[in-house]
Design a protein. Structure first.
Length: 68
């Protein structure tokens, strides 16, 4: 029997998407570029890390999230 566990990273991403009206990734990338000089907000790696906290068997794929 395969039990699906809650993926914390997916829940947090959904909450950010809801509260930012779908602009969460754009806002995060703007903050990363403006204040930290980075070209990546590391959203995908953060989501993967959070998913592994609650679901150790998480495959590590981030659904191909790409920020331009």
């Amino acid at each position: 029997m395969d039990i699906k566990r809650i993926k914390l990273g997916d829940w947090i991403e959904s909450g950010i998407h809801f509260f930012s009206l779908g602009y969460g990734d754009i806002i995060a990338l703007w903050i990363a570029k403006t204040f930290f000089g980075l070209n990546d907000c590391h959203c995908c790696s953060r989501k993967e890390w959070l998913n592994r906290l609650t679901n150790p068997s998480f495959d590590g794929k981030c659904n191909g999230i790409k920020l331009n």
